[in-house]
Design a protein around this ligand. Structure first.
Ligand code: SF4
Length: 180
């Protein structure tokens, strides 16, 4: 059976995504690497929710243990309006590298289920990194299943985030602004 490593941004996006790849015949493992989630206490709450989901779904979860917040800000500083591309690249590079090192057949990300993410950019960066790192990037447009995924996690009463992750997205959410 082929093995896929799924970068997981949060439990709520992971639930259906994992189901989807299992239905496609893959043995699925998840990877946690999200230095874009601020502040640290919010990162920990989302990680705990992901760990609870992994237990429920009998899903192996690799926690890189790296909260590379300094690296995140170094990449984004001065390019705040285009920060999502840098953010995707940082997280997906780690996933592709880990997949390669651990002998997975492919990698992908739960971000592909979210209608709030820059979907085409994710697809482009994933494919590019797949070629660069020598491991297949699995693409699927799962946006129509976003509410199904939340439906799966609802009874679990897990922490539910109110903004994408970075401090900029928190300001955009509550300050009703757009960073240029
Ligand atoms: S808005 Fe979300 S995807 Fe974009 S940089 Fe911030 S955390 Fe990353």
């Amino acid at each position: 059976m082929k093995r896929v490593l799924v970068h997981s941004c949060c439990a709520h996006c992971a639930a259906y995504t994992v189901e989807h790849w299992r239905q496609q015949g893959y043995e699925v493992s998840a990877l946690w690497y999200n230095p874009n989630i601020h502040p640290y206490t919010e990162h920990q709450q989302r990680l705990e929710a992901m760990q609870a989901l992994a237990e429920e779904m009998k899903l192996p979860l690799i926690n890189t243990g790296g909260y590379d917040i300094v690296e995140y800000f170094r990449r984004v500083a001065g390019h705040e309006a285009e920060r999502c591309g840098h953010c995707f690249r940082l997280r997906l590079s780690k996933t592709a590298e880990t997949a390669k090192e651990m002998g997975f057949d492919a990698f992908t990300t739960t971000l592909l289920i979210s209608p709030h993410q820059k979907h085409e950019l994710l697809q482009e960066i994933g494919a590019e990194l797949g070629g660069e790192k020598g491991v297949e990037f699995l693409y699927a447009d799962l946006r129509k299943r976003y509410s199904d995924s939340r439906h799966i996690t609802k009874p679990m009463n897990l922490h539910r985030q109110q903004y994408c992750g970075c401090i900029y997205s928190e300001w955009e959410r509550y300050g009703d602004t757009t960073i240029k």
